[in-house]
Design a protein around this ligand. Structure first.
Ligand code: SF4
Length: 293
């Protein structure tokens, strides 16, 4: 893993494309992701973004944006004014192309310092997206931020299987992530489990019941429609679909997502989101209708 310390000129990126319907800005405290060689990295949508990878293998590099918090402080008021005028509110999605809680966060504290800056200059909305239980380390910051802005913490738990044959281990165990979801929820923080990308689920009723007991809502995201390419073409080039198929051939189809959404709806009525709508907080799935997307 090649870790480099860098300075950036801008940390608040005005969103485009699908992400535009989720938040006015995205914020990446790192470039690259240390979890790229773990299970979630195999199908990670970001690996297809040449602008991020510059041709480097996904999981082989991490750029630490040392001045991210200063950059946020310098630009948040200006970007906030722009966002409120153009989008109705200043919303930040942190993060769409890295994980804010990579192991190096313990040493560098970039995400932590950005959250401190947000306590001083809050956005209207913050969506904190992670695959790691390590988000628990910033509980105090999140408790403060929930009173200052519309805060949602998204924790990805994409399966109930502790390992999937042929794939590397999870970066963060399923139990650790569920434990974090519960502990953050107990602090009054709104936590949503993002089942993204949806992998085979051995015992759907138990899985979604567990989510219902600890989270505010659930989002299901299948790589078909989720990875930004037609029919999941990008993900089909990775080893992920074959590994999914070997466990459950149905799970590579969109009908599997809809079937899982129906089970989820039984446990979390009115609190099931699908694909980009779910990430945006629109929990529109109904068992007897097609999801909106
Ligand atoms: S944590 Fe997120 S950004 Fe990092 S490899 Fe996994 S899916 Fe990709």
């Amino acid at each position: 893993m090649d870790v480099t310390e860098v300075e950036v000129k801008n940390i608040l990126t005005r969103t485009t494309g699908f992400l535009k319907t989720v938040a006015s800005h995205s914020l990446q405290p790192y470039r690259g992701c240390s979890y790229g060689s773990s299970l979630c990295g195999v199908g990670c949508y970001v690996q297809h973004n040449f602008w991020v990878t510059k041709g480097r293998p996904w999981g082989s590099f991490l750029e630490v944006r040392m001045n991210a918090a200063d950059c946020y402080r310098e630009t948040a008021e200006r970007e906030g004014r722009w966002a409120r005028k153009m989008c109705g509110e200043f919303g930040v999605f942190m993060s769409s192309s890295t994980d804010p809680f990579v192991p190096q966060e313990k040493k560098y504290g970039v995400s932590r310092s950005v959250l401190e800056a947000m306590i001083d200059v809050p956005p209207d909305q913050l969506i904190l997206q992670t695959h790691s239980h390590r988000v628990i380390d910033v509980t105090d910051h999140l408790v403060a931020l929930k009173d200052l802005c519309d805060l949602r913490v998204h924790v990805s738990i994409e399966t109930d299987m502790s390992s999937i044959p042929g794939l590397p281990p999870h970066a963060s165990s399923i139990n650790d992530r569920f434990d974090t979801v519960k502990r953050l929820s107990d602090e009054g923080i709104r936590v949503i489990v993002t089942v993204s990308p949806l992998l085979p689920i051995r015992d759907p009723d138990t899985f979604f019941k567990r989510i219902a007991e600890s989270a505010s809502a659930v989002v299901l995201d299948h790589f078909i429609e989720g990875d930004g390419s037609q029919e999941g073409r990008r993900t089909l080039q990775t080893p992920l679909p074959d590994a999914i198929r070997a466990v459950d051939p149905d799970a590579v189809s969109l009908s599997y997502r809809d079937r899982m959404a129906e089970v989820a709806e039984r446990h979390l009525p009115g609190r099931v989101g699908v694909n980009i709508d779910g990430f945006a907080g629109r929990y529109s799935f109904q068992a007897d209708t097609k999801p909106l997307h």
